[in-house]
Design a protein around this ligand. Sequence first.
Ligand SMILES: [Mn+2]
Length: 293
Amino acid sequence: MTFAATESVPLPQSQVAILPIPYGATLSYRAGAAQGPDAILAASMQMEWFDDELLQDLSAVALHTLPAMAVELSSPEAMIQAICDQAQWCGQQGGWLIALGGEHSVSVGLVRAQQRLLAQPFSLLQIDAHADLRAGYQGTPWSHACVMRRIFDLAIPSVRVGIRSLSNEEWQFIREQQLGNSFFWARDIVLASKRGRYDWVDQVVDQLLPSVYITIDLDGLDPSVMPAVGTPEPGGLDYDTVLHLLRAVFSQRNVIGCDITELSPIAGQPASDFLAAKLVHKLIGYRCHLSQL
Ligand SMILES: [Mn+2]
């Protein structure tokens, strides 16, 4: 299956490459994220290519959909290494990647690949309900609950938006490392957005280096619009707030790649699958029409 059933142009000639990663081995609650990529690709077939906001026909974009990654079951670490190798290869071929998870731990491999590809430092923008800063979880340091701690270990500065769930251990770590300013808590953003205030968006962008990798854990959105996630948390972002933020980042920074993770489809409820596919659509449009390339 390819994104929106488009014919893949060769990777070196593509503007955007899509990498499905159907991996969900360390999930702790609703364990369906391995079905996420197929659900996004299936929903993508139903989307209009014309973007009503950019007023652009995205069918002109040169897309390459990579084959879904084989899931490495020997260990979570082996899977993350395989993802890193694949993303690095894709980058060396000239591909600009949107990866479709899969559980959120896939982002560690994707970010590590960017670090190998890029000579200069870059920031990470995390949209998520969870801090994901645990040192280890359920016996592994490579769990989805540790993804941002592993990225911290890579010395990549991160800005976190939509967070509303963390442990005392994580809070102590945030205090020790003085990471508090990098948190844009869901409760503040939701309230500001309801009042039509978006000054927090400028503050997010101000913290980002010129090059930015974006990781979207779909549970950053509110469960009323995105119920199909492994661990739904109340009090999340709405769809338009996420787009507002993404538009600002794409138009003011060089986005080097993105991932969308944790879609865990619910049978008979296609709205979440459609939201995730539409978000991929938006990322493609912003990349091709807003970016300072
Ligand atoms: Mn999360």
